[in-house]
Write a protein of this length. Structure first.
Length: 559
């Protein structure tokens, strides 16, 4: 049959006995089992080319819902009581569905959202309750796809149609409003963040498109005339960087210059979006300003999905490195307890995205030169200058196991092939060591770790994708002290004592701290302000650089 299975329809017909509902909430004299089917089928009867959302979301289903058998089990288990009377539960469900739809991951969810809206306005709410429960199962199934293949959030891919209930589902967790509330509402901070994000994404999706697409590549400095000023002013006003009264006044001017209120608005936009706040209309600023509203809407929703990756649910500190923001944060008990600038991998040597835990801290570390740097930097450096190793305080050693030193003078560097060079390079501890005074190790396949650096001036740069893949931490000493304090070992030496020892100390950490190396380029902050960051690795749009895909596998090395 083309609607709910007869067995399911019969079971759901028993919902007429919703003893906890008022007559007004669940009215429906006669309560024919087929009535629920009719409610769903009629949604698609207005247009001959219409296909109900279930036919698109789960095309193999023969019913008007995707999970008829699971629905029957859920409602039979709870005595056919309603699940979605609470407006907060309904709102949270819609926000979750919209976050996937607006991200461009499953456009057919828009139809399902419309169907829910139509059913929500009907006097008989049974149809809404059934479709809402089915929609939550759809959401869980789509989320399972994301958890199984998180890299699709960085490769401009869409979610596959649902074929089966591919979710390890404890039915009892969905059989009461209280249980649903635990899943949908327990993390109040995340709920509010999602609400703010999707409210702005929805608003931007319906705004008429702007026309700010300047063709000139010339910088527009302070005091200079702005080409296509009308379109620019409209964008700045829409994002809240140019006040309404200033916008109206400037619209009457024949010529607009980059000065006064306009320059201040440009600086506000730059500062809010992680750009150099110089008031100059340059390439990076123009790229951000010229993004279509629809694209910004998509990015807000897409990055909302990205921001949820990696969270373990374990109540211990979590280090989050957001690559395009060049920031490291530690959150504990839903509060930010530590923050530092970082330097991440350059565009040609991206930092991998992954999850892990800090398991070891090395104070006064040696630097074992990675293969990439060995092949692309050190060996070419020696070919160019015989003093390269001495200037960098590097030694040639036989292997990582046999650290016996080999004189560089014994090697004919002009004949060395970087791909077959049999030896390794090591830099001893000291003030000029590339890793600074401390490094933080975490299990992964990429030889990526957090570390200090002697090159402190680089943190003054706005754009800090400058490393060969590892993450340099500006406040490495403070991070080390935080990690040591978290171990709760009063007999351990302090970080300052360890550094002053001048020798390499390797410290196994019994209390691990989770690490997520993430890539989030758009979010709505706690002040309801849109924050955007430059897409330095090209993960926001279809990329021509297929080699980059290996850096966005998002493997989990945490357990």
């Amino acid at each position: 049959m083309s609607n709910l299975s007869r067995t399911t329809a019969k079971a759901l017909g028993a919902m007429i006995s919703f003893c906890s509902l008022s007559a007004g909430a669940m009215a429906g004299e006669g309560a024919l089992p087929a009535r629920l089917n009719v409610e769903l089928v009629q949604l698609g009867s207005s247009a001959s080319q219409y296909r109900a959302s279930s036919g698109l979301i789960c095309p193999r289903s023969v019913d008007q819902v995707c999970f008829a058998d699971t629905l029957e089990t859920i409602y039979a288990t709870n005595g056919y009581l309603p699940l979605w009377q609470d407006p907060e539960l309904r709102s949270a469900l819609i926000v979750k569905l919209k976050s996937i739809a607006y991200a461009g991951l499953s456009e057919h969810l828009f139809k399902r959202i419309d169907e829910l809206a139509q059913l929500a306005n009907k006097r008989d709410q049974r149809g809404y309750d059934i479709l809402a429960t089915d929609s939550y199962l759809v959401y869980l199934s789509l989320q399972q796809q994301i958890q199984n293949q998180p890299s699709l959030l960085f490769r401009h891919q869409t979610l596959a149609p649902i074929e089966t209930m591919d979710v390890s589902l404890n039915i009892t967790s969905l059989t009461s409003p209280q249980a649903l509330g635990y899943h949908l509402l327990s993390d109040a901070g995340q709920v509010e963040h999602a609400k703010r994000s999707m409210a702005l994404a929805e608003k931007l999706s319906i705004i008429p498109p702007h026309s700010y697409q300047p063709t000139s590549r010339k910088l527009v400095k302070e005091g200079q005339v702005i080409p296509e000023a009308d379109a620019l002013l409209q964008v700045l006003n829409q994002y809240g960087d140019l006040r309404d009264e200033d916008y109206q006044l400037l619209q009457s001017q024949l010529e607009v210059t980059n000065s006064n209120e306009v320059n201040m608005a440009i600086r506000r936009f730059q500062q809010r979006n992680g750009l150099e706040s110089d008031g100059i209309l340059g390439p990076a600023t123009i790229r951000q300003l010229s993004l279509p509203y629809q694209e910004v809407s998509r990015l807000i929703a897409l990055n909302l999905q990205r921001s949820q990756l990696g969270a373990s649910g374990i109540e211990r500190p979590r280090i989050k490195v957001n690559i395009p923001d060049y920031q490291l944060q530690i959150t504990h008990n839903d509060e930010v307890v530590f923050q530092s600038k970082v330097i991440v991998g350059r565009t040609t040597r991206p930092t991998n995205l992954f999850s892990s835990s800090v398991s070891t801290m090395v104070v006064n570390p040696r630097w074992n030169v990675p293969e990439t740097i060995k092949k692309k930097d050190v060996i070419p450096g020696m070919k160019a200058s015989p003093d390269y190793l001495a200037n960098k305080n590097l030694k040639v050693i036989r292997s990582w196991r046999d650290r016996s030193e080999i004189s560089p003078d014994m090697i004919e560097w002009s004949n060395v092939n970087p791909e077959t060079f049999p030896y390794e390079f090591m830099q001893g501890p000291g003030p000029n060591n590339a890793l600074g005074d401390v490094k933080f190790l975490m299990p992964n396949d990429y030889s990526v770790y957090l570390h200090d650096t002697p090159s402190r001036g680089l943190f003054n740069k706005t754009k800090r994708n400058l490393s060969s893949g590892c993450v340099r931490v500006e406040k490495a000493a403070e991070l080390a002290s935080y990690i040591l304090d978290y171990q709760q070992r009063p007999t351990w030496r302090s970080y300052d004592q360890l550094v002053s020892h001048k020798k390499t100390d390797t410290i196994a950490l019994p209390r691990k701290i989770d690490v997520d190396v993430t890539y989030v380029t758009a979010w709505v902050d706690e002040n309801n302000q849109l924050q955007m960051r430059e897409d330095i690795y090209g993960y926001d749009r279809p990329s021509r650089y297929t080699a980059k895909k290996k850096y966005s596998t998002l493997k989990n090395f945490r357990y």
